[in-house]
Design a protein around this ligand. Structure first.
Ligand code: SIN
Ligand code: FE
Length: 297
């Protein structure tokens, strides 16, 4: 087994407002850190609830599901068993977070602004620890994000999180080794996609659009990491506590992460074409292409 390398870093920024402009030197520090695989951490960036919204601080807000999800473009809410009033509150809080996250990204990572695509918003009111699920869906295992039904064809997955916990409880992650190392460790054992299979999955409705070879490798990487118990316990990693009243930005397709404990978080997903990065060579797409010696998307 290769010697364990360094676990991924966390870069801290002391801003206290979702609309607070960052000086250009700080924007540059943020862009470099993020693209190098660091988590951008905002220890003083609280997402404040409005009067009445405390009612949403209950796992019941998600009904039978673990998350409530909102499509900010259409306003459609999914996964909630709440009554009319609670639905209205959820819609308000999540729409406000979608807007706050967009404003944060404009201020922290302005070079991405024109190319960012806002995807869904999610509210996570259920305690992470002890949720029973299959190994593949178990996010307490280190992994990089890749979703079977949502091919990205190389686009980045950028996520903004906020911890809303009212009881002083942190959201605790494990953060693993850099993407280059993750890929180097597993990619050689992943079989190439079968000719035709990716189009067939799309025609069968398993995927929303055809998977690229990139999506094939990322899904397998996600699974290889989660299925390897030795890797889970022995690879380079650190624990990080995101306290209540903090926020963080992370490329979850690049940063190996596992959510261990925590309750009441908001999350907003964005996609970004690799060409919009300052250094596209650091994207998982380009890293995998270099390691495999062929184009993947
Ligand atoms: C994950 O993306 O694996 C879960 C992150 C979280 O909910 O804190
Ligand atoms: Fe994840």
């Amino acid at each position: 087994m290769p010697a364990p390398t360094q676990a991924t870093d966390v870069a801290s920024f002391p801003i206290a407002g979702w609309n607070q402009a960052l000086p250009p030197a700080e924007q540059q520090r943020a862009t470099l850190a993020l693209e190098s695989g660091s988590v951008l951490f905002f220890p003083k960036l609280r997402f404040a609830l409005l009067e009445g919204e405390e009612r949403l601080l209950s796992p019941a807000a998600a009904g039978q599901a673990k998350n409530v999800s909102l499509d900010p473009a259409s306003g459609t809410l999914r996964g909630s068993g709440a009554d009319e009033e609670e639905l209205r509150l959820l819609q308000g809080m999540m729409t406000r977070f979608a807007a706050a996250s967009a404003s944060l990204l404009r201020n922290v990572l302005p070079r991405y602004a024109a190319a960012l695509e806002q995807a869904r918003t999610s509210y996570r009111p259920v305690e992470v620890a002890g949720r029973s699920t299959s190994w593949r869906k178990d996010d307490t295992r280190l992994h990089v994000d890749s979703f079977p039904s949502s091919p990205t064809r190389g686009r980045r997955i950028l996520r903004v999180f906020a911890n809303l916990n009212p009881h002083g409880q942190a959201r605790t992650w494990r953060i693993g080794e850099p993407f280059e190392e993750v890929a180097r460790r597993f990619v050689g054992s992943i079989p190439a996609p079968l000719p035709g299979s990716r189009v067939a999955l799309s025609l069968l409705g398993v995927t929303r659009s055809p998977r690229s070879a990139y999506d094939h490798y990322m899904l397998r990487l996600h699974d290889c990491m989660k299925a390897d118990a030795d890797y889970q316990s022995h690879s380079a990693q650190r624990r990080f506590d995101f306290p209540p009243g903090s926020a963080w930005i992370v490329y979850t397709d690049q940063v190996s992460h596992a959510a261990m404990t925590g309750q009441y978080a908001l999350e907003q997903t964005y996609h970004l074409p690799v060409e919009a990065m300052q250094d596209p060579a650091r994207s998982p797409l380009r890293v995998l292409e270099r390691q495999l010696g062929r184009a993947l998307a």
